[in-house]
Write a protein that binds this ligand. Structure first.
Ligand code: THU
Length: 138
């Protein structure tokens, strides 16, 4: 099931992602990212990237947002918003597309934003076609 993304909901996702971005720990890339996921109950869970001096251990904003949702009892991602700066769209990395795939349907909207607002909208299925997921192991 996908969420009807009304303007108020988009504003809430944006605000949560902005807030998270402001708390990013990105001293190495200087590229703070915020992400917000909407769960099946309408709750929003946010995350920021958390880098590490041992570079490969860094965590993406989406990974923290998903982990936060799971910690709070959320079962399903109905929509995602990723927020970052720069000229190019900050689309989720390949690993995070797969992380989202664990909890989201192909039709789930993935919004890409910067501080000014939403710049583009995709579906998870468009970003990760023909994917492998939990159903493969059922
Ligand atoms: N990053 C995210 O947190 N999410 C994305 O969708 C793209 C990249 C982070 C990882 C790293 O801390 C920094 O941005 C630069 O790659």
């Amino acid at each position: 099931m996908t969420a009807a993304l009304n303007p108020q909901l988009i504003e809430r996702l944006l605000a949560a992602a902005r807030d998270a971005q402001a708390r990013a720990h990105a001293p190495y890339s200087h590229f703070p990212v915020g992400a917000a996921v909407l769960d099946e109950s309408g709750r929003i869970h946010a995350g920021c990237n958390v880098e590490n001096a041992a570079y490969p251990l860094g965590l993406c904003a989406e990974a923290l947002a998903i982990a936060t949702m799971v910690r709070e009892g959320g079962k399903s991602v109905r929509a995602v918003l990723v927020l970052g700066d720069g000229e190019k769209l900050v689309t989720p990395c390949g690993g995070c597309r797969q992380r989202l795939r664990e909890f989201a349907a192909d039709a789930a909207p993935v919004l890409i934003a910067d501080k000014k607002g939403v710049r583009a909208q995709f579906t998870l299925g468009a970003l990760l076609p023909e994917s492998f997921g939990p159903e493969n192991l059922a």
